[in-house]
Design a protein around this ligand. Sequence first.
Ligand code: ADP
Length: 184
Amino acid sequence: MNIVLIGPPGAGKGTQGRFLIKNHNYDGIITGEILRKMSGDGTELGDQIKDIIDAGNLVPDEMIDSMMTDHLANIEVNGAGLVFDGYPRTLAQAQTLDGLTTIDKAIYLKVNEEEIVKRILKRGQISGRADDQDESIIRTRMETYRTDTEPVLDHYKGQDKLVEIDGTKSIKDIYAEILSAIGS
Ligand code: ADP
């Protein structure tokens, strides 16, 4: 079973993804983590990625698509399946992913903007991430989410794979809803 986690930044995708990886034997593909690793590697590409992330913009589709194509070609899946966190974030990425593997469920964690801004500013105090510490950058990311990522919800709805969960519930309740959605 391959699962996509979708929702605005700070919706709790990472938290829930980690549970699936730790407790239910999923392999995780976390684009933000892969990109942050690249952004600190001292190369020109790394510097470009860092500037894009720090400004709250999306890394171009072509770059993400080639990165994910490589990643999926090299990954060995022995466990319960793959859980994607932070990908796909655009309709074009969702279409590319459809050509790379089968997605069984898209879990949408719905959280309103004011709650998101609060959560991310709090996370920024701990994570030290530049893009988590500035309210205007967080609002830019929300705007990008609305224009670029929300269409991905319709993509999976049209395929009858979308499961909407209230992301303001407790972490435990959300996890229980995810498990029931994936039949575990
Ligand atoms: P969050 O979910 O809080 O936004 P992430 O760690 O998932 O945090 O992503 C951080 C940043 O990395 C994004 O704001 C974006 O710049 C970049 N990024 C992550 N995934 C993608 C993607 N699939 N396409 C384009 N850019 C991405």
